[in-house]
Design a protein around this ligand. Structure first.
Ligand code: IPE
Ligand code: IPE
Ligand code: MG
Length: 251
């Protein structure tokens, strides 16, 4: 792929190795390591989360430049409520600010944002902010940006099951396709690539159903340090994978 004119010489060599025909249609990211990034610098965790927001902007810009159509970022899990109340409240404030500050940029860049998860448990002001961004960006088609908020894979599966039962569907009629239509991710393709930063090798309740055949990429880099170069490296690694989906090896 041709590198953008702003690329550094190192980024340029990475861009040039990427094959445009072989990019993932959907990248999902577990953005982890904000706290450790801050600790390493003797800063508060709040500063780590603020730096994490900057890394979100950079990730969106990079996938846009590459022409990747879908990105899903894990921003707050159903388990993250167990953090100290002060940290939870800082994260909520950052989220509210994000919805306000980011809207004009998303519009400028043609990005559609959707929240995945049980947003009804979030503070009302944030729910309103999310609803506004979702509505205003609804017609944007360059990039589908999904932000997982109060999201848990198990919770999502239960939510889907409840809604199918409430519809009174005959159990014999239930198919995978119908089930998927009841997930938060209906209309979004399964992720081709999952990236997790900060050296943890786990899924932490993210997209459990959808990741059945996703390629997994783990890096030690902490989320605030995950820049263009890191994204390109993850994509190059992905391009070296052979995906079989349970079939036989091509050649
Ligand atoms: C990821 O960074 C951000 C959220 C989960 C909201 P962490 O806050 O988990 O950072 P570490 O894992 O403590 O370093
Ligand atoms: C996963 O990170 C959740 C998000 C990135 C929002 P955590 O830091 O919460 O995950 P664990 O606790 O290390 O598994
Ligand atoms: Mg963490």
């Amino acid at each position: 792929m041709k590198a953008p004119s702003t690329a550094t010489p190192l980024q340029r060599t990475l861009w040039e190795q990427l094959e445009v025909s072989h990019l993932p249609a959907h990248v999902a990211i577990i953005m982890d390591g904000n706290g450790r990034w801050a600790k390493q610098r003797g800063l508060s965790r709040v500063k780590g989360h603020k730096a994490g927001v900057q890394a979100i902007r950079s990730a969106l810009d990079t996938v846009l430049e590459l022409g990747i159509g879908n990105i899903t970022l894990f921003a707050f899990s159903t388990e993250n409520w167990t953090r100290p109340p002060l940290e939870v409240s800082v994260l909520m404030t950052l989220l509210r600010q994000f919805m306000r500050i980011e809207l004009p940029r998303l519009m400028d860049k043609g990005i559609r944002m959707r929240a995945l998860g049980d947003v009804s448990r979030l503070p009302k002001a944030i729910q309103n902010g999310i609803a506004r961004v979702e509505t205003e960006t609804e017609k944007n088609i360059r990039l589908h940006f999904n932000i997982a908020l109060n999201y848990g894979g198990r919770n999502e599966i239960l939510h889907a099951t409840r809604s199918i039962m409430a519809d009174g569907l005959n159990p014999d009629k239930l198919t995978e396709t119908i089930f998927e239509q009841h997930l938060y991710t209906c209309e979004i393709p399964d992720p081709d690539l999952l990236i997790r930063t900060s050296g943890e090798f786990r899924i932490s309740n993210f997209l459990l159903w959808q990741m059945a055949y996703t390629e997994l990429y783990f890096t030690d880099v902490l989320w605030p340090d995950f820049d263009v170069e890191q994204m390109l490296r993850a994509l190059l690694d992905f391009q070296g994978r052979v995906r079989r989906f349970g079939g036989v090896h091509g050649d």
